[in-house]
Design a protein around this ligand. Structure first.
Ligand code: HEM
Ligand code: HEM
Length: 334
């Protein structure tokens, strides 16, 4: 018997007869989904702390820290403690990922979406640990460090989808209707996703050309930092433009409230991130602001994924705001 129909209090699926507008899975699943997102954003900040304190080679070897010690030694000093501390956080991330998989294990047949996303997040950890190791082996090659950062952004997108899917109601899970966003809005939402990704990728190239290499002797990618910074802000401007148009359309057509609030959230994050970006640029990249910009990039990635997910999620019968408006107008006429 499926856990959905058994209706036991411990079941990860809320009984089918419960309110169809409430989330279809229980609080534990939702809490671990949020924890997965928080942990994946958190390690970007701590990874950034490694780079920005020039501790990238605090442990000069991988998988051991030094040629003959798994852990950091007193000779490695504060940089060793910072780099090794970040390696240890991998286990915190792994614990959260295992807990997430365990929480959806019983419902893996009926919620394959949640199960697959949880497995992908778990698989991302050894992949990142290996890439982190290659980062060390290559003496902090900027392209490898950039790749390590981008893989984390992909994991943040997956974790955001997981959170969104964990909040779907039984009605939404079962719905076969079209997407929430109108036909005009959908390409615009796609553009928001692409422009956010482009801003992130070009930002990583700016970092690779800049002063914060993770170690004083590490190589740089050789681009002119001012030129790549100018290129980095091009998709940012386009993103702001696309956001203004999208907001105009959702307000004009009284689109679903969830789509409106997800777009507003993205707008706020983009504005804060752009202010941090310009301030750090003109202040010659103080590490605290660069760290905040990395946090901002993670939040922006999550906010953009949330917008795209919301716009492309299926409508529930009777909740289409455009149809509701048309219906109300027709009944007034009648
Ligand atoms: C609003 C959208 C923006 C996004 C999504 C974004 C994203 C990023 C990302 C992902 C990085 C690389 C972080 C890393 O690899 O550690 C970065 C670096 C950078 N960004 Fe942005 N950024 C945005 C706006 C701006 C703006 C408006 C400026 C203004 C000049 C700016 C200036 C910089 C600079 C100077 C760096 C290099 C920092 C370093 O040396 O590490 N960014 N950005
Ligand atoms: C044993 C495993 C790991 C090792 C050896 C490792 C190694 C490193 C090193 C050396 C840096 C600093 C790069 C620099 O100084 O330029 C770093 C940064 C970073 N790490 Fe890891 N890492 C590991 C695991 C992970 C995991 C599991 C994640 C995420 C899932 C992750 C995400 C990051 C991020 C986002 C950064 C910041 C990159 C940037 O500043 O652009 N790391 N890591």
């Amino acid at each position: 018997m499926s856990s959905a129909s058994s209706g036991r209090a411990s079941s990860p699926v809320v009984p089918a007869q419960a309110d169809g507008t409430k989330p279809a899975v229980n609080k534990t699943v939702r809490a671990f989904a949020v924890a997965s997102l928080v942990a994946n954003i958190g390690i970007v900040v701590t990874g950034g702390a490694v780079r920005l304190t020039a501790s990238g080679l605090g442990c000069p070897e991988w998988p051991l820290c030094t040629p003959d010690s798994l852990t950091t030694t007193p000779e490695m000093g504060i940089h060793g403690i910072i780099e090794f501390g970040n390696r240890l956080l991998t286990f915190v991330l792994a614990a959260v990922a295992f807990a997430m998989v365990y929480s959806v294990w019983k419902i893996r047949a009926e919620r394959r979406d949640l199960f697959k996303l949880s497995i992908a997040l778990l698989a991302g950890i050894p992949a990142q640990a290996l890439l982190g190791g290659i980062t060390v082996w290559t003496g902090l090659n900027p392209w490898i460090v950039g790749g390590h950062f981008i893989v984390s952004m992909v994991l943040i997108v997956l974790a955001t989808i997981l959170v969104n899917r964990a909040w779907l109601s039984p009605q939404q899970v079962a719905s076969t209707n079209g997407p929430l966003a109108t036909r005009t809005l959908r390409p615009l939402l796609g553009a928001l996703g692409v422009l956010s990704a482009l801003s992130v990728v070009l930002g990583v190239i700016v970092t690779g050309s800049g002063p914060h290499a993770g170690d004083h002797g590490a190589a740089r990618n050789g681009f002119d930092p001012d030129l790549v910074t100018r290129l980095h802000v091009v998709p940012v401007y386009l993103l702001v433009f696309a956001l203004v148009v999208a907001l105009y359309l959702v307000y004009r057509h009284a689109a679903d409230g969830r789509l409106r609030s997800s777009l507003l959230l993205l707008t706020v994050v983009v504005i804060i991130q752009a202010v941090i970006g310009y301030t750090q640029h003109f202040m010659h990249l103080p590490i605290l602001l660069v760290g905040l910009h990395m946090l901002g990039a993670s939040l922006l990635t999550a906010a953009a994924a949330h917008v795209v997910f919301t716009g492309f999620s299926r409508q529930v019968p009777g909740t289409d705001p455009v149809a509701r408006q048309a219906g109300a107008a027709a009944s007034r006429r009648g």
